[in-house]
Design a protein around this ligand. Structure first.
Ligand code: AMP
Length: 361
């Protein structure tokens, strides 16, 4: 078993599981620090394969590939959280995995995650376990109002969710979601959505970025704006929430906490992402050290970089066929395209960040 009692020096190799745009931008950040990035993806042709010669393509539970990965890497991280738990456990027996298996296990399952957040004294939507149509019925009766039924695992970009307005709806929704274990959440009538992206180092050091205000369209992030409408007190509270969560998970790396900002000003935790996050892409241009660089720094045991924001920023995703307008997008701001060939509807093809001089907040 390899250990990490000292930082990985320049020239070392960091394994990144997942070869999408997050893996790609992590690999680029690793390269900028003189580290080598090895991308492990379950399919050929991944966007991140274009930026590093070190690559593995195999199913994520392939033991021989996992063993090979452990063998050549000093440390392993990942760009998405829905990895098979036994694969991570196997990997963690051979090489340091950051953030660790416990952080992943807590955040992979919405019931475990929400229970964990609530136990920290942080606000969540009311939630109930739903494992049968009868339980769906009963949960709705207890909730007593509009809710959202969500599969406990593997949901993203609004997939695996249905809105329910009656007990019958809830039972039908459970069946429509394939009878998978679910939670029923109370519907939060928020004023707007926000998120906080933060880094925690191997030594427990902590640094949070300013929380952007986020707008979703068809369950996909459209835009992150920083500063958003959060008050200075809410900004401080959002950062404190991220610290409470990161400390409790003994987290190493970057994490994101998605928040609902209530009409009463309260912050409700929706979800924790144990990875770099789409709502943190603006940090590449607007901050001294981006979320990608800080994740790499944390994972290899280096000092965290400054999360100080030197500009106001609006980050917009480039979705599906919007990517065909690359020329006008390039004219409008800092354009990042992820090297994806098919501009399928709803697919994140890139993003563009537009900066303006920093106002006071
Ligand atoms: P999630 O997959 O949990 O991040 O949910 C995706 C989006 O659905 C969120 O960003 C919200 O816009 C919306 N949503 C999720 N849960 C709730 C809730 N309990 N109340 C209101 N809107 C929600």
């Amino acid at each position: 078993m390899k250990t990490l009692d000292k930082p990985v020096p320049p020239g070392g190799t960091i394994g990144i599981i997942g070869g999408g745009q997050l893996g790609r931008m992590l690999a680029q950040a690793a390269n900028a620090l003189g580290l080598q990035a090895l991308i492990y993806n379950d399919q050929h042709g991944a966007p991140a394969f274009q930026v590093t010669p070190l690559q593995l393509a195999a199913p994520y539970d392939d033991r021989a590939t996992l063993a090979g990965l452990a063998n050549v890497c000093d440390v392993v991280t990942f760009e998405f959280e829905n990895l098979p738990a036994d694969a991570i456990a196997f990997l963690a027996e051979h090489v340091p995995v950051r953030p660790g298996p416990a952080a992943l296990a807590t955040t992979q399952d919405r019931l475990t995650e929400k229970s964990f957040v609530a136990a920290l004294g942080l606000k969540t939507a009311p939630f109930f376990e739903v494992s049968s149509p009868e339980q769906a019925h009963a949960a709705f009766a207890q909730l007593g109002g509009e809710g959202i039924l969500k599969t406990r695992r593997d949901g993203y970009d609004g997939k695996g969710q249905v809105r329910v307005i009656s007990a019958e709806d809830a039972a039908l929704g459970f069946k429509a979601l394939g009878g998978k274990p679910c939670i029923l959440e109370g519907f939060v009538a928020f004023s707007f959505e926000a998120s906080v992206v933060a880094a925690r180092g191997a030594d427990g050091s902590f640094a949070a970025y300013d929380p952007p205000e986020n707008v979703h369209e068809h369950h996909i992030l459209r835009r992150s704006t920083v500063p958003g409408r959060l008050t200075p007190a809410q900004v401080m509270e959002a950062k404190a929430i991220a610290k409470t969560i990161a400390d409790a998970l003994d987290y190493v790396g970057v994490l994101a906490v998605e928040l609902f900002v209530g009409k009463d000003g309260s912050l409700t935790v929706n979800e924790i992402a144990p990875r770099v996050h789409n709502t943190g892409h603006w940090t590449i241009e607007a901050c001294a050290c981006s979320q990608f660089e800080n994740h790499i720094r944390a994972v290899v045991g280096w000092p965290l970089g400054s999360t100080e924001r030197h500009a106001d920023a609006v980050m917009e995703n480039v979705i599906g066929e919007e990517a065909h307008a690359w020329e006008s997008l390039a004219r409008s701001g800092a354009l990042h395209l992820y090297g994806k060939k098919d501009a399928k509807p709803g697919r994140k093809m890139g993003h563009v960040t537009r900066l303006s001089p920093r106002r006071s907040l």
